[in-house]
Design a protein around this ligand. Sequence first.
Ligand SMILES: Nc1ncnc2c1ncn2[C@@H]1O[C@H](COP(=O)(O)OP(=O)(O)OP(=O)(O)O)[C@@H](O)[C@H]1O
Length: 704
Amino acid sequence: MNQTIFNKLRPIFAVSTNIEEEALLKKIATHQDPYLFLTENNRLRAYVDLKNLKTEKIDYSNLHINQIFSNAISIDKLGTFKLNQTLSLPFIFQALGQPIVLVKNEQNDITGYVRREDMLAGMFREETKNINILRVLLASIPMGLFVIDHEYKIVNCNESGLKMIRSEADEVMGKDARIIFHKEQVNEVFATGKTILNQIRITDEMGVLVDYSPIETSNGNVEGAIIIVQDLPMVEEMAMEIEAVKNLNSDMNAILSTIYDELVVVDHTGNILRHSENYIRDFWKGELNELVGKNILDLEKKGDISPSITKLVLEKKEKVSRVQEGKHGKKVLAVGNPIFNEKGELQRVVIASRDITENTKLKTELKQTREITKRYKQELTRLKTMTAEPSHEIIYCSAKMQQIVNQVEKIAKFSSTVLVQGESGVGKEMIARAIHQKSNRSNKPFLTINCGSIPENLLESELFGYTKGSFTGADMKGKQGYFEQAHEGILFLDEIGDMPMSLQVKLLRVLQESEVVPIGSVTAIPVDVQIIAATNKDLKGMVEKGTFREDLYYRIHVIPIRVPPLNERSEDIPLLAYHTLQKLNQRYDKNYHFSPDALNLLENYSWPGNIRELQNLIERLFVTADEDVITAALVDQFMSNGIVKKAKPMVNGIMPLQKAKEEVEEQLILLAMKKFGTTTKAAEALNISQSAVSRKYQKILQNE
Ligand SMILES: Nc1ncnc2c1ncn2[C@@H]1O[C@H](COP(=O)(O)OP(=O)(O)OP(=O)(O)O)[C@@H](O)[C@H]1O
């Protein structure tokens, strides 16, 4: 019995797992026979049957040691028998249940191993002797067994086998096994003497998983074969499990690829364990063959793969994210996550990347658009301020304004103090600015301060400045006053009539001494500032009433300019109206114009608010007009709406009646002549004789 079982004792190659991986692989590569791996203290660790690797031709240079060990069979699963052990039935069952049986000598040294098929073949050979054992054996094992002789004929089989292929013994016995099972595999086993495992056979009668093993003579010739059959339902279950795992895997890949565009998993040394398809397309420069098993760090060094963050994650052992560039300028956000085992050792690195090319593009576009918008905004504000800034171009055609403009030209050559008088909105500030523009101070500051709208103490500090800590609430650093700031330029003191008496003294001093003493200081600062003061009040009258200092009045009344109200120069009205409308047209890209009647109406209005009022009214007309033409009806509507009041003869104070009559008469004649152009028509309108109009008109012209 023992002889039978052990007469095909195969040698075992034992290797220690602590030898260099490369050497180990080489050693394994030279033999196809199983290996026993030993632990450091020479104990058995695992058994590796290279046939289990399933790969027909193994390229050992590409094989990773982990792949070999993943096929290792735990040492607990191996049966162990002594060479001379008597094999009772239970022992035989035990032996057949093991993929391999280790055989030891009396000294307990492993002398070789026996495969399951070797054992069965031996027993068949000794059939007559072991007939009973064999029968029991064949009947009781859960797998199907078919024994084939050298002519491929089935010479023996068990009940389980018959059930599995759904046949009776007489249908099978003596039949060529190649008809029932895989012809090629049976031929191959006979030709090569190799075992072929896990062949699925599905026909109308059966669905089984088949292993083919050779029965070899002691000199190595194949003299038959053993076919081991397992029911497919069981196999199916396994297969389904595998299928389920596969599905799970592909689901996982699908889910991951929707969350991430690329995915690669490496072990702690950088060996690629798995990757998504996109990863190959976007980062792998080589062929689309398998990347698994290759080392990502080596590939990076060789330049076969775009640099990844694997190295960083392996070094830092923490999550790392970076924007990386793939093929064709593709930008990805790669996040590398280290995965640790229970001992806290780094086991895997999962690198998931997201394509952010589009995002980056959009971001860049957004940035550019923002910049453009910013520039447009700046430009718009610039344009707005330009349009909002009062134009310094003096618009006029009246002789009165011509006189003023001539005066401005002359004054601009000197730095004398100027007093501009006139009603509100007549253009006093405009005149002051014109002086500045034409003077040689034009590239120095022009500062304006409204003396009527600022509280007294604030006005003082604004005008003269203060030193640090000079009063509660003062700026810590102190402040330069307007006089200092306007040095070498012009200071426009608007509403000078509203300046408090106390400040009038101080102002007078500055004007006389040409130096300022800031609040809280004792040191005078020399200043060279030209003063242009303006008022709509009767300063002379105020002096008489004692509300304005006489000395200051004379100090500022050096060059007086009186800007006449608009109704004293009504010929300027159409021009100013047209000019204002043009500016609005330009600003809003429109082409509005006045009807002649509308201009007439505007011209005949008294304009108590002067040019400012005119500008406001025109802006209102512009906004309201439905058509390009601003009609008299529309102008009238605003006037009768009470927004502006219709002109009425105005009397500003008591005067001799005769003089008043003459003035009214003069105005009426001028208006009529301007409107109708001829004395005849003017006479008609004024309801007096043509000769009277002619005479009076000549007189007016002579007096002007
Ligand atoms: N001759 C003119 N040509 C063009 N625009 C003018 C003219 N005169 C005045 N303006 C405009 O009229 C508006 C009022 O002018 P300005 O502020 O100079 O008047 P002001 O007499 O100083 O008024 P206030 O006394 O109320 O300070 C300004 O927008 C100014 O540009």
